[in-house]
Design a protein around this ligand. Structure first.
Ligand SMILES: C[S@@+](CC[C@H](N)C(=O)[O-])C[C@H]1O[C@@H](n2cnc3c(N)ncnc32)[C@H](O)[C@@H]1O
Length: 219
């Protein structure tokens, strides 16, 4: 199963037409990523970008942590809704992706609010926890799926009551329904169980794009 099947193509195209348009820079980044990277499907896309931007605005978010920058598409969408004194830290392993992301951040008004942290994100998060880093208002996790349960535990340490925790690809093209799950699917399925059961969070699994697990800290 492919994630496009989760939303019928005609409905997707209609939704796209009736949503706020991406900026021309975001459209350019979209095209550049398709031309210069091997896995452009990793881009969250305009509907999810809009949804993240809306969440940041509605919740009055000022501090964001993103796990999985890729070429900076979702970071730029979220930074667009941050106030001038807001800050987004985004974690990425791959230096080539970082180069592309920084190139586009430098061309954006919102780029000054974004800081890229290179390295394995679990290590970065652990260092933040150990250094008593101020808590984040929103954490968006969109990286290695097998580690989703570990990211969730770290998210609990880096947020407070009222913060939002958002995980992407939580339907994984429908593979969460399979009985014989690979390591990545198991990580996602386990995260979805944790989200529904952990008393620290209220959650809803949204069927937007490839599934968005949206949680709010209540404890
Ligand atoms: C799905 S892409 C992120 C897409 C991005 N949020 C967007 O909308 O354009 C996942 C990214 O996470 C990065 N990544 C994978 N494992 C990582 C890790 N352990 N630490 C930091 N980044 C990681 C990958 O290199 C990849 O660029």
């Amino acid at each position: 199963m492919n994630f496009e099947y989760l939303t019928p193509e005609a409905i997707y195209q209609y939704t796209l037409k009736r949503c706020q348009k991406a900026s021309s820079l975001l459209d350019e980044l979209w095209d550049y990523t398709h031309q210069h990277t091997e896995a452009p499907k990793m881009l969250t896309g305009p509907i999810e970008g809009n949804s993240l931007n809306m969440l940041v605005g509605i919740a009055g978010v000022k501090r964001i942590l993103e796990i999985g920058t890729f070429t900076g598409y979702s970071a730029l969408w979220m930074a667009g809704a941050l106030p001038d004194d807001g800050m987004l830290t985004t974690c990425e392993l791959n230096p080539q992706n970082i180069g592309i992301a920084q190139m586009f951040f430098d061309r954006s008004e919102d780029g000054k609010k974004i800081r890229i942290q290179q390295g394995p994100a679990l290590k970065t998060m652990q260092e933040m926890i150990e250094s008593d880093h101020p808590s984040f208002d929103l954490i968006f996790v969109d990286a290695d799926k097998k580690n989703y349960p570990r990211y969730f535990q770290k998210c609990l340490n880096l947020t407070q009551v009222g913060s939002l925790i958002v995980f992407d690809n939580t339907l994984w093209s429908g593979r969460v329904l399979e009985e014989n799950q690979d390591e990545e699917t198991q990580g996602i399925d386990r995260l979805n169980i944790l989200a529904a059961q952990d008393p620290h969070v209220q959650n809803v699994l949204l069927t937007i794009r490839d599934g968005i697990q949206l949680m709010r800290r209540v404890k």
